[in-house]
Design a protein. Structure first.
Length: 269
């Protein structure tokens, strides 16, 4: 629930078996359909900003339509679900189902989704970032608890890796679409040059988000979540979530790069 890449959506619609799958039940308990809906809103907003930066004259009606097609919620969710199920393997998820289907677990999920939705508003995002900056580097009790949560789930590093991969895929799409002539090695070099800035931005966004999302939670609820994250099942779930979302973000990044390259060269989309 803590992925912060700016891009998202696959290119292939996958079919799902009719038989019930506990992993699918877990994704539903985690509110993945609602998370995807918020990410689609983020992506459409990002696509508009991207056009202002890259496309002569800014966003056009045809560009906005392409962005909406790329951020297709059904395809996005299908990619996340497949990646999650594949990565989760034969992990025993009964403890996860018990936690996230409980009253406390569902409250956590609702708070996470509500905060993510609120951060689509740039003013709210800046307020959340400012809240983190005001306690950064202090011995604030809530901050220390969140730092433990971030550390056990490796949230900063995992998000940085995902963001850099998405950036690489976007530039690869631009190059393959003819927007510029760069080798993969040159693209990789440029992307890795962004690492420090990406890490700083990711950390500020992540902690701002967590402070906002978990503000209403009592400390014991966060400690319970940390304890779950330390278990084998909790760690496997975290890895599987990143696996699913990273594929989704990579696919959409490349698709946006291709679409932007076409538009930058003055061609119809």
């Amino acid at each position: 629930m803590f992925l912060r890449h700016l891009l998202a959506a696959p290119l292939v619609l996958l079919c799902w078996p009719a038989m019930a799958d506990p992993a699918e039940d877990l994704l539903d308990a985690l509110g993945i359909p609602q998370v995807i809906s918020v990410m689609r809103d983020e992506g459409i907003e990002y696509g508009h900003d991207l056009a202002e930066d890259l496309i002569p004259g800014g966003a056009t009606e045809s560009w906005d339509e392409v962005v909406r097609e790329i951020y297709d919620a059904e395809r996005m969710e299908a990619t996340v679900r497949k990646g999650f199920v594949d990565a989760l393997g034969d992990t025993d998820i009964e403890p996860l189902l018990a936690f996230f289907n409980s009253e406390q677990g569902q409250r956590i999920v609702e708070l996470e989704i509500s905060a993510r939705s609120a951060l689509v508003d740039e003013d709210v995002e800046e307020q959340a970032r400012a809240a983190y900056r005001s306690v950064e580097g202090t011995d604030d009790d809530r901050l220390q608890l969140l730092e433990a949560f971030v550390e056990v789930n490796d949230l900063v590093e995992a998000n940085v890796v995902g963001a850099l991969n998405s950036s690489y895929r976007f530039y690869l799409g631009l190059a393959d679409g003819g927007a510029f002539d760069m080798s993969e090695d040159e693209i990789l070099s440029d992307v890795w040059a962004q690492e420090d800035d990406t890490r700083a931005d990711t950390q500020e966004w992540l902690y701002g988000y967590l402070l906002l999302a978990y503000g209403p939670l009592e400390d014991p609820a966060i400690r319970d979540y940390i304890a779950l994250s330390k278990t084998e099942a909790g760690a496997a779930m975290n890895r599987a979530l990143f696996a699913g979302f990273d594929v989704m973000y990579g696919d959409v990044s490349y698709a946006l790069g291709l679409a932007a390259a076409t538009q930058m060269q003055g061609q119809d989309l």
